[in-house]
Design a protein around this ligand. Structure first.
Ligand SMILES: Nc1ncnc2c1ncn2[C@@H]1O[C@H](COP(=O)(O)OP(=O)(O)O)[C@@H](O)[C@H]1O
Ligand SMILES: Nc1ncnc2c1ncn2[C@H]1C[C@H](O)[C@@H](COP(=O)(O)O)O1
Length: 223
């Protein structure tokens, strides 16, 4: 995707959020290229716990959450030292507010593990490495479209996971975003934009500019 002229602050931090398979990594790439920003991804290849976790949530939930938190900390430190100017694939708020909570609620994480995890998270977000994003782009879509994308991507550990897990995750995302207040929020719907289309990307960038220009805009929806 070609570079698009924009007047966003070059030290912005734009973070993408949304359920598994909704299109965060794809849009992270497209936006970073279009804006001339760096990108920060959540790596799946090489994650030492993820496959075991999908096979056995109860045994591996705590290990996996600690691993993601450690990776997130290293990523944030790197971005901070680089002076920002990043598009980031997934927020730490989702690790804590969605995934860890889901496993705790389902009895796959004990009280003491959940508390240990939480206290580490609290300590981390108080450090200077964790500025709030300038904007969180929340990607949403119909459950059917998202399931289709998970299917097309074909990561076996995900396609072998019962659909009830994805339904629960989907519902939790809806609730979580309806209560989200950490930073300004731009809401996108995959059934109404296509990140491979230059005009759609321009529209997203214009919305980001508008939010940065009028910093009293804390919520915008593109439909
Ligand atoms: N705009 C799009 N149109 C069609 N397919 C898409 C689009 N964006 C992403 N995909 C596909 O959907 C799947 C999931 O996208 P991905 O970016 O990996 O999601 P996430 O990072 O949210 O898990 C991938 O197979 C990707 O190629
Ligand atoms: N914090 C997390 N807990 C459990 N699982 C997680 C967490 N963060 C990401 N994941 C899983 C979900 C997906 O299977 C992969 C990658 O996520 P994606 O939304 O495709 O980028 O990791």
């Amino acid at each position: 995707m070609e570079r698009i002229n924009h007047n966003l602050n070059p030290q912005s931090l734009i973070t993408l959020a949304g359920t598994v398979g909704v299109g965060k990594s794809t849009l992270t790439n497209v936006l970073a290229d279009s804006l001339g920003f760096k990108s920060a991804f959540e790596k799946v290849d090489g994650n030492p716990y993820l496959e075991d976790y999908y096979r056995d949530f109860k045994t591996w939930s705590f290990h996996l959450q600690m691993y993601f938190l450690a990776e997130r900390f290293k990523q944030q430190k790197r971005m901070h030292e680089d002076g920002l100017g990043y598009v980031q694939d997934r927020s730490i708020y989702e690790d804590v507010g969605i995934f860890a909570k889901l496993q705790y609620d389902q009895g796959n994480m004990t009280n003491r593990d959940y508390e240990t995890y939480h206290s580490l998270f609290e300590a981390m977000v108080m450090s200077p490495y964790f500025p709030k994003p300038d904007v969180l782009i929340y990607i949403d879509g119909s459950f059917e479209s998202i399931m289709q994308r998970i299917e097309n991507r074909g990561r076996e550990m995900e396609t072998n996971t019962p659909v009830s897990f994805w339904e629960d995750l989907y519902k939790r995302y809806k609730l979580w975003i309806s209560e989200f207040t950490e930073c300004p929020l731009l809401h996108l719907d995959i059934d109404h934009y296509d990140c491979h289309d230059q005009d759609s990307v321009k529209e997203i960038i214009q919305a980001l500019e508008k939010m940065q220009r009028n910093n009293d805009i804390s919520y915008l929806k593109l439909a």
